[in-house]
Design a protein. Structure first.
Length: 177
């Protein structure tokens, strides 16, 4: 016959320190699982936001900016304008002469004057070369009032390079998450 020693209360209920440690380990494991799940949700949300931002940057690269610049100012103009022109002027006319000329005559009997009538039609047909060489000095002010439309496409500016770099970095960051 074998004798079994009476069991103490301590061995029946187990070691309370082990029970507390087991509960703390379970609590720690639960906290770690919760933290990992929360971080994974944050990672997925960050990936979604980065992808949305990348799409917006791509849309921005294809867009443009349009605006109107009003110009209202006085522009001074100071200039010397040389003019050199040569042209021919045709003259085709008839000059009518209807006049009298008094002619003095000295004779041995004395001086006397005669009136001679002059009546003639003289045709003139000639081409006269005319040259004009002149410099005009212009000094004035002109009022300019105009609305200038400006249309810029982002792809045509230096901003496109920065947006391309941003898009590459966003894509790389999304892939790393």
């Amino acid at each position: 016959m074998q004798y079994d020693a009476p069991r103490s209360r301590r061995s029946q209920s187990g070691n309370p320190l082990l029970t507390v440690l087991a509960l703390l380990m379970i609590l720690s494991l639960g906290t770690h699982v919760f933290t990992i799940l929360s971080l994974n949700r944050a990672r997925l949300a960050a990936r979604a936001e980065l992808a949305a931002l990348a799409r917006q940057v791509e849309t921005l690269r294809g867009s443009g900016v349009s605006f109107t610049v009003p110009v209202n100012q006085t522009v001074p103009i100071n200039a010397r304008v040389p003019i050199a022109k040569r042209f021919n002027v045709p003259v085709d006319t008839v000059v009518a002469i209807n006049d009298s000329v008094t002619v003095p005559i000295d004779t041995p009997f004395g001086s006397t004057s005669f009136s001679l009538p002059v009546r003639a039609n003289i045709p003139i047909r000639v081409t006269v070369p005319v040259t004009i060489e002149e410099t005009l000095d212009i000094a004035t002010s002109v009022q300019v009032a105009v609305d200038v439309p400006i249309n810029l496409t982002i792809a045509e500016t230096n901003i496109d390079q920065y947006l391309d770099d941003l898009l590459r970095r966003l894509t790389a960051l999304t892939d790393d998450l």
